[in-house]
Ligand binder design. Structure first.
Ligand code: AMP
Length: 305
């Protein structure tokens, strides 16, 4: 089943302890699409300016990402500049230039309005709400956000939460949004406001998934070299939603596996700058890393009888 994603399509400039990348392909929608396309067809809606190197998105089209909902507008593309110091879990935003995003009104093409799975990638919550008004009863709506929007659009975000099934966010964002330091309390706060599932990611320390009655945890894959964490969250979401859309089942067992698929895809994204690694890998790489995940948490009980 296809996934509709609405998100940023950006030019990222990133500095990590291992190198620098200038104006590379990035954006929440782009990372999500590159990741989810390993599981299911993806329809990407967003906007770029007339300065965007759209030819660099061709590899996505080749991976069955439908780009017909990507608008080209007069003006500058969305640009994000960030830095990671030694704590690779925390991005420091140096600059956000909304460019054509500041005037963007998402228009979901008629052909995408019945998408069964919808991912509202990290953009202005007002735009995320506008998307929901245009789609026809999706089976699952998931959304992401970040500190930038929690600070500037808090009430819109809380309104949006009433209409989403799954909220994915990192631990810092969960604390900031809920004003609870304890993640169990933070999850409860979110579950009380609409979502049936909340996934709280903790970077290299793994991810929790909470429902009203269950908690599940999956570790992050212990990579020896994390090169650039940018896009890990969106790639996680791409694996998570992409897997659910591929299988078409929404029970707890599938959701738990989706967390592991999410962790798997996040672990690939951070091995290179931009979406590079997500474009290189294939089904065998994904399968091998899933196996490695299983090994990571496998143990046998030897409780005395
Ligand atoms: P993450 O998966 O959380 O590391 O997301 C990284 C991507 O989010 C980068 O490629 C950025 O272009 C994009 N991004 C950063 N800030 C924003 C923002 N305020 N709104 C939308 N997308 C953003």
């Amino acid at each position: 089943m296809s996934v509709l994603v609405v998100g940023s399509v950006a030019l990222d400039s990133v500095e990590t302890p291992f190198g620098k990348a200038d104006e590379v392909i990035g954006g929440s929608g782009t990372f999500f699409a590159a990741s989810a396309s390993h599981f299911t067809p993806v329809q990407l809606v967003g906007v770029v300016g007339n300065d965007y190197p759209v030819d660099k998105l061709e590899p996505l089209r080749a991976r069955h990402v439908d780009l017909s909902g990507l608008e080209r507008a007069e003006g500058e593309s969305f640009r994000w500049r960030g830095r990671y110091r030694h704590d690779l879990n925390a991005a420091e935003t140096l600059e956000t230039r909304l460019g054509v995003f500041s005037q963007f009104r998402p228009k979901i093409p008629q052909a995408f309005r019945q998408a069964p799975f919808v991912f509202l990638a990290n953009i202005d919550p007002r735009l995320q709400l506008e998307v929901l008004k245009q789609v026809e009863r999706p089976r699952l709506v998931a959304c992401d956000t970040m500190n930038f929007w929690i600070e500037s659009r808090r009430s819109d975000l809380i309104e949006l939460m009433k209409h989403v099934d799954v909220l994915l966010l990192n631990d810092g964002e969960a604390r900031q949004l809920t004003e609870h330091n304890n993640l169990v309390k933070a999850a409860r706060w979110i579950l009380d406001r609409g979502p049936k599932y909340v996934v709280i990611k903790k970077g290299e320390h793994g991810a929790f998934m909470f429902t009203a009655s269950t908690v599940f945890f999956a570790p992050a894959y212990p990579l020896e070299d994390v090169f650039d964490p940018t896009g890990a969250g969106d790639s996680f979401a791409g694996g998570f939603i992409g897997y659910l859309a591929q299988r078409g089942k929404l029970d707890e067992a599938h959701f738990r596996r989706a967390v592991v698929y999410g962790s798997t895809m996040g672990s690939f994204a951070v091995e290179r700058f931009s979406i590079q690694r997500l474009l290189e890998i294939g089904p065998d790489d994904i399968r091998k890393r899933l196996d490695a995940f299983r090994q990571l948490v496998a143990f046998e009980e030897d409780m005395p009888a």
